[in-house]
Design a protein around this ligand. Sequence first.
Ligand code: A3P
Length: 289
Amino acid sequence: ASLQLLVPLHGVLMGKEIVDNWERVEQFQARPDDVLISTYPKAGTTWMSEIVDMIFCDGDPEKCRRETIYNRVPYLEFRIPGEPSGVEQLEATPSPRLVKTHLPIKLMPDSFWGKNCKVIYVARNAKDVAVSYFFFHKMVKALPDPGPWDKFLDDYIKGDVGYGSWYDHVIGWWEKRNDYRILYLFYEDMKEDPKREIRKILHFLEKEMREEVIDKIVHHTSFQEMKNNDMVNYKTIPNELMDQSTTSFMRKGIAGDWKNHFTVSQNEIFDEDYKKKMSGTNLHFRMEI
Ligand code: A3P
């Protein structure tokens, strides 16, 4: 069922509830010590959120608030009528705040740049994102019914999905990464060597940690641990909103699962289009590791 209509906002398809509340998002007041976690949907947002929150509480899960990840890292532009919006949640959050967003860079509230906030961007290869987003649409009742995989893939290639084109998103943030304080990371690198990537994050946040504490964070944020952790696996969301009976939020957590879903012909069409859309950039993805 499609409860949430997608409507264009400055040329980018977004949930109607978000667009209706847009003024509040646009006027959002950032604080200099806000740390923003930005991604295209399904790129590893929850994983990065848990890593950074763990860093914020010195690697001690007991020190972290026993709350769900969506309360610890409010979702800037999100809004369900009748519930506090992401903006309202953030206004009530003490500093230092962690902020989650899926906004393309051109739609970011200016305040983040005015306050020179640090941003951690996570990018994931286009094919695995497509597969993950497809299953997410099946699970989340507020998203349009994706239809069969073939049709969803077609919409995704055209950018006719929530938050618009994957290409515009990853390229938009990539091109501005040196203009602001943006740490641009890749899901595939995190899979390959989470410790190495966590060290990059620590350096970026100007924090130091003992080796054993870093190891603890690596363990706590592994796919297996997160899958079983109800504070991050979205199992506390009621079934009517997110139905995890056929596919779970913590679905596979690997690089290269697209090979189990793309047909040879879908892959050829995708690759040809990909080459064109990525030709003007020096942004490179690994499709498997
Ligand atoms: P899959 O559907 O491919 O399994 P987001 O948080 O941006 O919505 O991204 C969700 C994707 O990240 C899902 O991908 C999920 O399984 C994966 N994921 C979540 N936690 C992870 C972890 N600790 N390690 C690896 N992948 C993780």
